[in-house]
Design a protein around this ligand. Structure first.
Ligand code: ADP
Length: 259
């Protein structure tokens, strides 16, 4: 394994009280910097812009309209990158911001450019921090430029950059036979080799308050990963140093891998 995509969900970046989880962000910066020092190429796909924006504004509510949401995301994205940049600098690690829209899927010219940008950044030993470009992405039927969610975005980035592994950090240990918050006897799948209707049913609907995708969007991401003969590990991001255990080959979370 050489090229890694790490996706962190909002639940790994925000505390339940709505504040940024600076401990978790610091552990993430420490871990990814250590991996770069060991010779890995690392791309971080990070959610959390809207949450960071709400906190920066001191709001007690979530944005209402789409334009308000895009404004809050623009505020939060800058704040989030500032925090990442500070924490990574602490470990002598350079970062970069890459904001994407679906153009990279729809237009070969855009795709070529972003792949070149990623390759150059990785060659320079930089950690690109990727998010959807919320202030321009639109969700119109005739002009769809949104990815949908960062689970899907991270799988698309894994495909574009020909990554060896996508690690998805969530607020849960992996993929269960049903939502463990509702059914206490649910069991964890350690390996998933195909996305079956049974798994789709187990994924249910939307996840936590802060997260957007829930488990069904993890399965959509896994389908993209499988379509490129790639692999993905879904694990608990409560302590991001878990990434080091995953890289060391410990059996952690749910491994999505073709037979
Ligand atoms: P993230 O913010 O990391 O994207 P989400 O909140 O969107 O995470 O999704 C994770 C949540 O999905 C879990 O906390 C859990 O409540 C819910 N969930 C529903 N079905 C399942 C399942 N079969 N296995 C694991 N988690 C599930």
């Amino acid at each position: 394994l050489k090229r890694l995509i790490i996706k962190v969900g909002t639940s790994s970046l925000m505390l339940p009280n709505g504040k940024m989880n600076l401990t978790s962000i610091d552990q993430l910066a420490f871990t990814l910097s250590a991996l770069v020092n060991q010779g890995y190429e690392v791309i971080l796909v990070s959610s959390g812009a809207v949450g960071a924006g709400i906190q920066r504004l001191g709001w007690e509510r979530r944005p209402k309209t789409i334009s308000e949401q895009q404004a809050v995301a623009a505020i939060g994205q800058a704040e989030l990158i500032k925090i990442y940049s500070q924490r990574f600098n602490h470990y002598n690690q350079q970062t970069a911001q890459v904001l994407l829209t679906r153009d990279i899927v729809d237009y070969p010219e855009s795709r070529k450019n972003v792949v070149n940008t990623f390759n150059s950044l990785l060659e320079l030993g930089v950690v690109p921090i990727v998010n959807e470009n919320d202030s321009v992405a639109v969700d119109e039927l005739d002009h769809q430029t949104k990815f949908g969610d960062n689970d899907k975005l991270s799988a698309i980035v894994a495909g574009l950059t020909d990554a060896d592994l996508l690690i998805m950090l969530s607020d849960i240990d992996g993929f269960y036979s049903s939502n463990p918050n509702l059914s206490p006897d649910a069991t964890l799948y350690s390996e998933i080799t195909a996305i079956t209707p049974e798994l789709e049913a187990a994924a249910g609907g939307k996840g936590s308050d802060f997260g957007t995708g829930g488990m069904s969007s993890k399965l959509d991401a896994a389908k993209i990963i499988f379509s490129h003969q790639q692999q993905m590990i879904l694990a608990n991001g409560q302590n991001p140093t878990i990434i080091l255990d995953i890289i060391a080959g410990k059996t952690i979370g749910t491994h999505f891998v073709l037979p």
